[in-house]
Design a protein around this ligand. Structure first.
Ligand SMILES: NC(=O)c1ccc[n+]([C@@H]2O[C@H](COP(=O)([O-])OP(=O)(O)OC[C@H]3O[C@@H](n4cnc5c(N)ncnc54)[C@H](OP(=O)(O)O)[C@@H]3O)[C@@H](O)[C@H]2O)c1
Length: 297
Protein backbone atom coordinates (compact mmCIF):
# COMPACT_ATOMS: atom_id res chain seq x y z
CA UNK A 1 0.00 0.00 0.00
CA UNK A 2 1.24 3.47 -0.89
CA UNK A 3 0.13 6.40 1.26
CA UNK A 4 0.78 9.91 -0.03
CA UNK A 5 0.60 12.47 2.78
CA UNK A 6 0.34 16.23 2.37
CA UNK A 7 1.91 18.62 4.87
CA UNK A 8 5.04 16.50 4.54
CA UNK A 9 7.06 18.40 7.19
CA UNK A 10 4.30 18.36 9.82
CA UNK A 11 3.99 16.24 12.96
CA UNK A 12 1.48 13.77 11.54
CA UNK A 13 3.26 13.38 8.20
CA UNK A 14 6.66 12.79 9.80
CA UNK A 15 5.13 10.31 12.23
CA UNK A 16 3.44 8.46 9.37
CA UNK A 17 6.73 8.23 7.58
CA UNK A 18 8.41 6.73 10.65
CA UNK A 19 5.63 4.26 11.43
CA UNK A 20 5.06 3.34 7.79
CA UNK A 21 8.47 1.71 7.63
CA UNK A 22 7.70 -0.60 10.57
CA UNK A 23 4.25 -1.43 9.18
CA UNK A 24 5.54 -2.30 5.71
CA UNK A 25 3.69 0.61 4.14
CA UNK A 26 5.21 3.00 1.65
CA UNK A 27 4.66 6.57 2.85
CA UNK A 28 5.45 9.40 0.44
CA UNK A 29 5.30 12.88 1.97
CA UNK A 30 4.54 15.85 -0.26
CA UNK A 31 5.04 19.43 0.89
CA UNK A 32 5.34 23.00 -0.26
CA UNK A 33 6.38 24.20 -2.78
CA UNK A 34 5.38 21.03 -4.73
CA UNK A 35 1.88 21.13 -3.28
CA UNK A 36 0.36 24.29 -1.83
CA UNK A 37 -3.21 24.14 -0.58
CA UNK A 38 -3.46 27.89 -1.15
CA UNK A 39 -2.81 27.20 -4.86
CA UNK A 40 -5.40 24.57 -5.84
CA UNK A 41 -3.89 24.32 -9.33
CA UNK A 42 -0.75 22.73 -7.79
CA UNK A 43 -2.65 19.92 -6.10
CA UNK A 44 -3.78 17.43 -8.75
CA UNK A 45 -0.47 17.34 -10.62
CA UNK A 46 1.60 16.88 -7.45
CA UNK A 47 -0.60 14.03 -6.19
CA UNK A 48 -1.03 12.30 -9.56
CA UNK A 49 2.75 12.15 -10.01
CA UNK A 50 3.01 10.00 -6.85
CA UNK A 51 0.29 7.48 -7.84
CA UNK A 52 -1.30 7.29 -4.38
CA UNK A 53 -3.18 4.24 -3.10
CA UNK A 54 -4.54 6.36 -0.25
CA UNK A 55 -4.19 10.12 0.29
CA UNK A 56 -3.80 11.52 3.80
CA UNK A 57 -4.43 15.24 4.01
CA UNK A 58 -2.35 16.39 6.98
CA UNK A 59 -1.53 19.82 5.54
CA UNK A 60 -3.27 22.68 7.28
CA UNK A 61 -2.98 26.23 8.49
CA UNK A 62 -2.52 25.17 12.13
CA UNK A 63 -1.56 28.52 13.71
CA UNK A 64 -4.76 28.81 15.76
CA UNK A 65 -4.19 32.35 17.05
CA UNK A 66 -2.85 33.72 13.76
CA UNK A 67 -5.97 32.39 12.03
CA UNK A 68 -8.04 35.03 13.88
CA UNK A 69 -6.27 37.82 11.95
CA UNK A 70 -5.71 35.76 8.77
CA UNK A 71 -9.09 34.07 8.60
CA UNK A 72 -9.39 34.25 4.81
CA UNK A 73 -6.07 32.52 4.34
CA UNK A 74 -6.96 29.87 6.94
CA UNK A 75 -10.27 29.26 5.16
CA UNK A 76 -8.60 29.05 1.75
CA UNK A 77 -6.12 26.41 2.97
CA UNK A 78 -8.22 24.45 5.48
CA UNK A 79 -11.52 24.75 3.61
CA UNK A 80 -11.16 25.09 -0.17
CA UNK A 81 -7.65 23.62 -0.15
CA UNK A 82 -8.81 20.47 1.64
CA UNK A 83 -11.70 20.21 -0.82
CA UNK A 84 -9.27 20.42 -3.74
CA UNK A 85 -7.16 17.60 -2.25
CA UNK A 86 -10.33 15.50 -1.94
CA UNK A 87 -11.34 16.28 -5.53
CA UNK A 88 -7.92 15.15 -6.73
CA UNK A 89 -8.34 11.98 -4.64
CA UNK A 90 -11.70 11.32 -6.32
CA UNK A 91 -10.17 11.84 -9.78
CA UNK A 92 -7.32 9.49 -8.90
CA UNK A 93 -9.76 6.94 -7.41
CA UNK A 94 -7.91 7.03 -4.10
CA UNK A 95 -9.68 7.13 -0.72
CA UNK A 96 -8.85 10.19 1.38
CA UNK A 97 -8.16 10.35 5.11
CA UNK A 98 -8.54 13.95 6.21
CA UNK A 99 -7.39 15.30 9.59
CA UNK A 100 -9.70 17.56 11.53
CA UNK A 101 -10.05 18.88 15.05
CA UNK A 102 -12.05 19.16 18.28
CA UNK A 103 -12.15 22.93 17.58
CA UNK A 104 -15.22 22.31 15.41
CA UNK A 105 -17.07 22.14 18.78
CA UNK A 106 -17.67 25.02 21.17
CA UNK A 107 -16.56 22.94 24.17
CA UNK A 108 -19.66 23.67 26.24
CA UNK A 109 -20.91 20.07 26.55
CA UNK A 110 -20.29 18.30 29.84
CA UNK A 111 -19.13 14.99 28.32
CA UNK A 112 -16.79 13.79 25.56
CA UNK A 113 -18.12 14.79 22.13
CA UNK A 114 -19.51 12.13 19.77
CA UNK A 115 -19.30 12.55 16.00
CA UNK A 116 -22.85 13.71 15.44
CA UNK A 117 -22.92 16.30 18.20
CA UNK A 118 -23.65 19.70 16.69
CA UNK A 119 -20.56 21.53 15.49
CA UNK A 120 -20.30 25.15 16.58
CA UNK A 121 -16.77 26.46 16.14
CA UNK A 122 -15.90 29.58 18.11
CA UNK A 123 -12.59 30.33 16.39
CA UNK A 124 -11.57 31.18 12.82
CA UNK A 125 -9.40 28.05 12.78
CA UNK A 126 -12.34 25.89 13.88
CA UNK A 127 -14.61 27.42 11.23
CA UNK A 128 -12.01 26.81 8.54
CA UNK A 129 -11.56 23.17 9.61
CA UNK A 130 -15.33 22.60 9.66
CA UNK A 131 -15.51 24.04 6.13
CA UNK A 132 -12.77 21.55 5.19
CA UNK A 133 -14.73 18.58 6.56
CA UNK A 134 -17.72 19.60 4.45
CA UNK A 135 -15.64 20.23 1.33
CA UNK A 136 -13.92 16.84 1.66
CA UNK A 137 -17.21 14.97 2.10
CA UNK A 138 -18.73 16.77 -0.91
CA UNK A 139 -15.77 16.08 -3.23
CA UNK A 140 -14.89 12.47 -2.34
CA UNK A 141 -17.50 10.10 -0.86
CA UNK A 142 -14.69 7.60 -0.23
CA UNK A 143 -13.41 9.51 2.80
CA UNK A 144 -12.65 9.18 6.50
CA UNK A 145 -12.41 12.44 8.44
CA UNK A 146 -10.41 11.88 11.64
CA UNK A 147 -10.90 14.55 14.29
CA UNK A 148 -8.06 14.64 16.79
CA UNK A 149 -6.77 17.00 19.50
CA UNK A 150 -3.77 18.06 21.59
CA UNK A 151 -1.21 16.44 19.26
CA UNK A 152 2.44 16.11 20.26
CA UNK A 153 5.41 14.23 18.81
CA UNK A 154 9.19 14.21 18.76
CA UNK A 155 8.89 16.52 15.71
CA UNK A 156 8.04 20.17 15.19
CA UNK A 157 6.64 22.65 17.65
CA UNK A 158 4.33 21.22 20.31
CA UNK A 159 3.36 21.40 23.98
CA UNK A 160 5.89 18.85 25.30
CA UNK A 161 8.83 20.56 23.65
CA UNK A 162 7.65 23.95 24.88
CA UNK A 163 7.31 22.67 28.46
CA UNK A 164 10.75 21.02 28.45
CA UNK A 165 12.45 24.13 27.13
CA UNK A 166 10.63 26.32 29.70
CA UNK A 167 11.70 23.96 32.49
CA UNK A 168 15.29 24.29 31.36
CA UNK A 169 15.03 28.06 31.98
CA UNK A 170 12.77 28.51 35.03
CA UNK A 171 11.57 26.88 38.24
CA UNK A 172 7.82 27.56 37.81
CA UNK A 173 5.51 27.46 34.81
CA UNK A 174 1.90 28.73 34.81
CA UNK A 175 -0.40 26.40 32.88
CA UNK A 176 -4.13 26.55 32.14
CA UNK A 177 -6.13 24.19 34.36
CA UNK A 178 -9.71 24.71 33.17
CA UNK A 179 -9.52 23.08 29.72
CA UNK A 180 -9.80 19.30 29.45
CA UNK A 181 -8.75 17.11 26.55
CA UNK A 182 -6.80 14.03 25.53
CA UNK A 183 -3.09 14.42 24.80
CA UNK A 184 -2.48 12.53 21.56
CA UNK A 185 0.78 11.14 20.24
CA UNK A 186 1.22 11.79 16.51
CA UNK A 187 3.07 8.46 16.33
CA UNK A 188 -0.01 6.69 17.77
CA UNK A 189 -2.15 8.64 15.30
CA UNK A 190 0.08 7.36 12.50
CA UNK A 191 -0.55 3.76 13.57
CA UNK A 192 -4.29 4.49 13.62
CA UNK A 193 -4.19 6.16 10.20
CA UNK A 194 -2.36 3.16 8.70
CA UNK A 195 -4.97 0.78 10.15
CA UNK A 196 -7.75 2.95 8.73
CA UNK A 197 -6.06 3.19 5.31
CA UNK A 198 -5.64 -0.60 5.08
CA UNK A 199 -9.28 -1.27 5.85
CA UNK A 200 -10.53 1.44 3.47
CA UNK A 201 -8.59 -0.28 0.67
CA UNK A 202 -9.67 -3.80 1.71
CA UNK A 203 -13.36 -2.88 2.04
CA UNK A 204 -14.08 -0.23 -0.61
CA UNK A 205 -17.86 -0.60 -0.30
CA UNK A 206 -18.13 -0.60 3.51
CA UNK A 207 -20.20 2.46 4.42
CA UNK A 208 -19.48 1.98 8.15
CA UNK A 209 -15.84 2.81 7.38
CA UNK A 210 -16.70 6.14 5.75
CA UNK A 211 -17.58 9.44 7.41
CA UNK A 212 -16.38 11.31 10.48
CA UNK A 213 -14.53 9.62 13.36
CA UNK A 214 -12.90 10.80 16.59
CA UNK A 215 -9.36 9.55 17.32
CA UNK A 216 -7.41 10.74 20.36
CA UNK A 217 -5.15 9.29 23.06
CA UNK A 218 -7.02 7.26 25.71
CA UNK A 219 -7.80 9.07 28.95
CA UNK A 220 -7.97 12.78 29.65
CA UNK A 221 -6.21 15.63 31.41
CA UNK A 222 -6.09 19.39 31.80
CA UNK A 223 -3.17 21.27 30.27
CA UNK A 224 -1.79 21.70 33.80
CA UNK A 225 -1.99 17.93 34.42
CA UNK A 226 -0.40 17.32 31.01
CA UNK A 227 2.48 19.64 31.95
CA UNK A 228 2.84 17.97 35.36
CA UNK A 229 3.13 14.59 33.65
CA UNK A 230 5.79 15.91 31.25
CA UNK A 231 7.86 17.18 34.17
CA UNK A 232 7.40 13.98 36.21
CA UNK A 233 8.57 11.83 33.29
CA UNK A 234 11.47 14.19 32.62
CA UNK A 235 12.50 14.29 36.29
CA UNK A 236 12.43 10.47 36.46
CA UNK A 237 15.25 10.29 33.93
CA UNK A 238 17.22 13.32 35.14
CA UNK A 239 15.74 15.85 32.69
CA UNK A 240 14.54 19.40 33.41
CA UNK A 241 11.39 19.90 35.44
CA UNK A 242 9.45 22.81 36.89
CA UNK A 243 6.64 23.40 39.36
CA UNK A 244 3.27 23.82 37.63
CA UNK A 245 1.15 26.77 38.76
CA UNK A 246 -2.44 26.03 37.67
CA UNK A 247 -4.18 29.12 36.24
CA UNK A 248 -7.59 29.80 34.67
CA UNK A 249 -7.81 30.48 30.92
CA UNK A 250 -8.83 34.04 31.80
CA UNK A 251 -5.30 34.61 33.15
CA UNK A 252 -3.76 33.55 29.80
CA UNK A 253 -5.68 35.50 27.15
CA UNK A 254 -5.06 34.50 23.52
CA UNK A 255 -6.58 35.83 20.27
CA UNK A 256 -8.46 32.52 19.79
CA UNK A 257 -10.50 31.30 22.74
CA UNK A 258 -9.96 27.55 23.19
CA UNK A 259 -12.85 25.19 24.02
CA UNK A 260 -13.06 24.28 27.73
CA UNK A 261 -14.05 20.74 26.82
CA UNK A 262 -11.90 19.21 24.07
CA UNK A 263 -12.69 15.60 24.96
CA UNK A 264 -13.63 13.37 22.01
CA UNK A 265 -15.40 10.01 22.37
CA UNK A 266 -13.57 7.33 20.36
CA UNK A 267 -16.22 4.55 20.47
CA UNK A 268 -17.25 4.93 16.81
CA UNK A 269 -13.79 4.29 15.34
CA UNK A 270 -13.28 1.41 17.79
CA UNK A 271 -16.52 -0.23 16.61
CA UNK A 272 -15.91 0.43 12.88
CA UNK A 273 -12.17 -0.13 12.60
CA UNK A 274 -11.11 -1.77 15.89
CA UNK A 275 -8.77 1.19 16.49
CA UNK A 276 -8.12 2.65 19.94
CA UNK A 277 -5.01 4.66 20.79
CA UNK A 278 -2.87 3.82 23.86
CA UNK A 279 -3.20 5.59 27.22
CA UNK A 280 -1.85 9.12 26.78
CA UNK A 281 0.47 8.86 29.75
CA UNK A 282 2.31 5.82 28.35
CA UNK A 283 2.95 7.45 24.97
CA UNK A 284 3.97 10.69 26.65
CA UNK A 285 6.67 8.84 28.62
CA UNK A 286 8.17 7.46 25.40
CA UNK A 287 8.12 10.88 23.72
CA UNK A 288 9.70 12.71 26.68
CA UNK A 289 12.50 10.14 26.91
CA UNK A 290 13.17 10.38 23.20
CA UNK A 291 13.26 14.19 23.21
CA UNK A 292 15.66 14.17 26.17
CA UNK A 293 17.89 11.54 24.58
CA UNK A 294 18.00 13.53 21.34
CA UNK A 295 18.44 16.85 23.18
CA UNK A 296 15.62 18.07 20.96
CA UNK A 297 13.89 20.74 23.02
N1 LIG B 1 -1.50 19.74 16.34
C1 LIG B 1 -2.66 19.55 16.95
O1 LIG B 1 -2.77 19.64 18.18
C2 LIG B 1 -3.89 19.19 16.15
C3 LIG B 1 -5.09 19.05 16.82
C4 LIG B 1 -6.23 18.72 16.10
C5 LIG B 1 -6.14 18.55 14.74
N2 LIG B 1 -4.97 18.70 14.10
C6 LIG B 1 -4.95 18.54 12.65
O2 LIG B 1 -4.04 17.52 12.29
C7 LIG B 1 -3.44 17.84 11.04
C8 LIG B 1 -1.94 17.77 11.14
O3 LIG B 1 -1.51 18.56 12.23
P1 LIG B 1 0.02 18.66 12.65
O4 LIG B 1 0.06 18.81 14.11
O5 LIG B 1 0.80 17.59 11.97
O6 LIG B 1 0.34 20.07 11.99
P2 LIG B 1 1.71 20.78 11.66
O7 LIG B 1 2.84 20.08 12.35
O8 LIG B 1 1.49 22.23 11.89
O9 LIG B 1 1.85 20.49 10.12
C9 LIG B 1 1.01 21.08 9.18
C10 LIG B 1 1.76 21.11 7.87
O10 LIG B 1 0.92 21.74 6.90
C11 LIG B 1 1.74 22.48 6.07
N3 LIG B 1 1.03 23.56 5.41
C12 LIG B 1 0.62 24.75 5.91
N4 LIG B 1 0.06 25.50 4.96
C13 LIG B 1 0.13 24.78 3.81
C14 LIG B 1 -0.26 25.01 2.48
N5 LIG B 1 -0.83 26.17 2.09
N6 LIG B 1 -0.04 24.05 1.56
C15 LIG B 1 0.57 22.90 1.90
N7 LIG B 1 0.98 22.62 3.13
C16 LIG B 1 0.76 23.56 4.09
C17 LIG B 1 2.85 23.03 6.93
O11 LIG B 1 3.93 23.24 6.08
P3 LIG B 1 5.19 24.14 6.46
O12 LIG B 1 6.07 23.21 7.23
O13 LIG B 1 5.72 24.47 5.09
O14 LIG B 1 4.66 25.32 7.22
C18 LIG B 1 3.06 21.91 7.94
O15 LIG B 1 4.14 21.08 7.57
C19 LIG B 1 -4.00 19.19 10.63
O16 LIG B 1 -5.10 18.99 9.78
C20 LIG B 1 -4.49 19.79 11.93
O17 LIG B 1 -5.56 20.69 11.70
C21 LIG B 1 -3.82 19.02 14.76
Amino acid sequence: MRIVVTGGQGQIARSLRERGGAAGVEVLPVARPDIDLARPESIHTALAALAPGVIVNAAAFTAVDLAESESERALAINGAGAGAVALAAANLKAPIIHLSTDYVFDGLLDRPYVENDAANPTTAYGRSKLAGEKAVAAAQPDHAVLRTAWVYSPFGKNFIRTMLSLAAQRAEVSVVADQRGSPTSALDMADGIIAVARQMIERPKASALRGVFHLVGSGEATWAEFADAVFAESRAVGGPSARVIPIPSSAYPTPAQRPANSRLNGDKILAAYGVRLPAWRDSLRTCVRRLLAEGAF
